[in-house]
Design a protein around this ligand. Sequence first.
Ligand code: NAD
Ligand code: MG
Length: 385
Amino acid sequence: MKQRLSILGSTGSIGVQTLDIVAENPDLFEVTSLAAGSNWQRLAEQAVRFDADCVVIADTSKYEALKSALAPYPIKVFTGEESLRQMVRSSEVDVVVNALVGYAGLHPTVAAIEAGKKIALANKETLVVGGDLVMRMAAERKVPIMPIDSEHSAIFQCLAGECSPVRRLIITCSGGALRDVPAEKLADVTPEQALKHPQWSMGAKITIDSATLVNKGFEVIEAHWLFGIGGDRISVLVHPQSIVHSMVEFDDGAIKAQLGTPDMRMPISYALMFPRRASRPQERFSFLDHPMLTFAEPDRAKYPALDIAYDCMRRGGTAACVMNGANEVAVAAFLGGRCRFTDITASIEYALERAAFVASPTLDDYAASNAESRALAEEYLASRR
Ligand code: NAD
Ligand code: MG
């Protein structure tokens, strides 16, 4: 039986690479449904090529264009958030690949869990914002959440077959595009500079998050929820070559690491095929081509976002939701040339100092906290103009 996939965010970096895996394994997967934000042309092409039953476009202004492009085909076309949730709940879907970006990924993940669908999760913001609620719901309904994020996939692979306690998770970090830019020059960095990630080609938002180290902070929170490990036992290690994708240290002192060329199709295929692995003969790593693997402490003064994320994790409740909401607004402003690079972390600090704190949030509390933190970040950015 083929696994029937619903791919949310199919036109983005992870979505497109997920479809590469489907194309490489036509006997294992079929595409039931696809969803995207606004790129209706690419969504239409994908739907036709992969013979999807249904598509959802979030940007309502693109609905008519998409509908007429797909008129010759038996593909249903919808728009709006409720359609996205209905799409993941469909009885024709076995696995939901959540490759949406930002807070927008949380509610579809919850809908997928409620419908008992296995989830392949790239949208780390789901766990940053609502990890507590989401992991409890998934455990109650026995829904597997398979990590796509490369560090978490690495940790998951290191944990396979182990039943002894874990001493420490070591999350590796490339250092982002601005690794070699001195701290005092960060205020003058342009979006073009910050978008040049040294190792990975990814969507714009996560590339900026990698440059601020917000992404690494989010990954610590993500690991905390996925693997149930306290923040004091999760460390971050700068590893510029991005060959060691992360490590697990056990109580006997042994450390397991997962290595390979930086290619997201590896963790995507592992999330979809676990406990099996994909056959990818083109994937060959040569140690001799990479004779130097180096490691260093992150510069916590240059990148305050890392400790802010640890602090949000310790506080729990809506703290990380506030960090995420303010970050989304500030990253969009930076990319649009409306604020400085250093205003991103400053917006997060401003919002965290002022936002209401809810210790045991419901889904509605997260929505309110997200809205409040976004408004606070806007307020901060307006005061800087
Ligand atoms: P991206 O910007 O390239 O793609 C995002 C996708 O989501 C696009 O298809 C976009 O149209 C769609 N989208 C955005 N808002 C939407 C909405 N409201 N409704 C429906 N669709 C919407 O982003 P990406 O780099 O593919 O990242 C996706 C997620 O995966 C992020 O959470 C990111 O942190 C995570 N991730 C990405 C990578 C990577 O290599 N790109 C690696 C690890 C984790
Ligand atoms: Mg990652």
